[in-house]
Design a protein around this ligand. Structure first.
Ligand code: ZN
Length: 242
């Protein structure tokens, strides 16, 4: 069984299309949130994700910001600008789709969420200390998260209470024997200095996780960002992966 696990598309249609093509035929797609924000194609990305068969989709912090009147204080200046732009361009049906997304979802013995099991929409898991606390906030063997845009796994070392972090490169495969929190990286705005779009294939029968990277036409996305008048920083970072 092949389940495509993606996150943080961030309105980058070109990267999303490249991932779907590279992943090929899958039995289901699990999307861990942040379909929008930063990028130029929010409506197109939502519509493509919605069309995927056997989809489970979670709410990200940018999705929440686009669809509610929450304070944008937690966002930096450029991120705030793009949220204001988003609120103006999102089609009503796409706005309702985002507004209806769950913060947490359990399927196939896996807990899915955007940020962390403790604070689903907002918390970043950036270190083993924070990750270790979070193992008490889900009951399943595995938890999949996005949000940090870095493909990695936090592995609970059996019986010790300690957690180890493992970073993933293209083609890395892990047999999931111990409890783990796994992040497939970001489709539309990778932040590990590898600009290629990131995704994972999870096999719940074999209990394996395989990380993949795929190149896409970054320049065309940069041109759309610039022609829409969105912050240039969002275009520059795509070429460098930060
Ligand atoms: Zn994100």
């Amino acid at each position: 069984m092949r389940i495509l696990v993606i996150s943080d598309i961030h309105a980058n249609l070109t990267a999303l299309e490249a991932v779907l093509e590279a992943a090929g035929s899958v039995d289901a797609t699990w999307c861990l949130g942040d379909l929008v924000g930063y990028g130029p194609d929010p409506n197109e990305c939502i519509e493509l994700v919605r069309s995927l068969p056997s989809l489970v989709c979670l709410l990200g912090n940018h999705d929440a910001a686009a669809t509610s009147h929450i304070s944008l204080n937690a966002f930096n200046y450029d991120a705030r600008l793009s949220v204001h732009w988003l609120r103006g361009v999102l089609k009503p049906q796409n706005m309702s789709f985002l507004a209806g997304l769950p913060e947490k979802y359990v399927t196939h013995q896996v807990t899915l969420t955007h940020g962390s099991p403790r604070n689903p929409v907002w918390e970043y898991l950036l270190d083993t200390h924070t990750a270790a606390f979070n193992f008490d906030f889900f009951d399943t063997h595995l938890c999949f998260v996005g949000h940090s845009h870095v493909p990695l796994a936090y592995l609970a070392l059996n019986g010790t209470g300690n957690v180890e972090c493992q970073l993933f490169n293209n083609g890395d495969k892990l047999k999931l024997t111990m409890r783990a929190i796994l992040n497939p990286g970001s489709v539309g705005q990778p932040r590990d200095h590898d600009p290629r779009a990131s995704y994972a294939i999870f096999d719940p029968e074999e209990m394996t996780w395989e990380l993949h990277r795929v190149e896409y036409d970054v320049l065309s996305v940069q041109q759309r960002i610039n022609s829409l008048g969105l912050p240039r920083r969002h275009a520059i970072r795509l070429a460098q992966g930060w």
